[in-house]
Design a protein around this ligand. Structure first.
Ligand code: SF4
Length: 181
């Protein structure tokens, strides 16, 4: 009997929708857990990744210095690294701010916006991650081995990709899986 592959997942600058899409694997979740052993993940609430894993999956892009540190450390511990969803692949919705100067974004968010409080302070503290000038796709920070497209990718697309990668094969998606209109 083949040894199970170890898998970890993390969320950077994303909305957790890609993680929620795992639940759309439905009954395939049962088969998934015959193939993989899920380690650190928001789905398991295990916070630390002690050992290296066979496959790492990332939701979300890179928007602050903590995301950079987490992603670089994750790359070192994952033999295969997968960007899951448009935020990880190209920055996604958070990257809408990329054409606006960071100072203008912060002023709108904390001082001028209709939902801000009246303090007029842009939070700054050594414990608060420093926001980057832009939101970056993960492959611009570390090497990424596979990309699973979609916002979020459907459960079927995730299942197709994971089954192939666990079997040591490159995933192939049907036209319907990667057509969004
Ligand atoms: Fe959310 Fe879509 Fe980004 Fe996934 S790709 S984290 S579903 S916004």
């Amino acid at each position: 009997m083949n040894k199970k592959k170890t898998v970890a997942t993390i969320s950077l600058a994303g909305c957790f929708g890609c993680h929620m899409s795992f639940l759309d694997l439905d009954l395939n979740l049962i088969e998934l857990f015959t193939l993989v052993d899920l380690r650190k993940s928001p789905l398991t609430d295990i916070k630390e990744l002690d050992d290296s894993v066979d496959i790492g999956i990332i939701e979300g892009g890179v928007c602050n210095n903590e995301n950079v540190e987490v992603l670089r450390a994750y790359r070192k511990k994952c033999k295969i690294l997968i960007s899951l969803g448009e935020c990880a692949i190209m920055g996604g919705l958070p990257a809408l701010r990329n054409n606006i100067p960071l100072s203008s974004c912060l002023k709108e968010a904390y001082i001028n916006g209709p939902t801000t409080n009246s303090l007029g302070i842009i939070p700054q503290h050594e414990d608060i991650p420093e926001i980057l000038d832009k939101v970056y796709p993960c492959h611009e920070v570390v090497k990424i081995d596979y990309f699973i497209p979609g916002c979020p990718p459907s459960g079927e697309t995730i299942w197709t990709a994971i089954k192939s990668i666990v079997a040591g094969e490159d995933p192939h998606f049907s036209y319907e899986m990667i057509k969004y209109d």
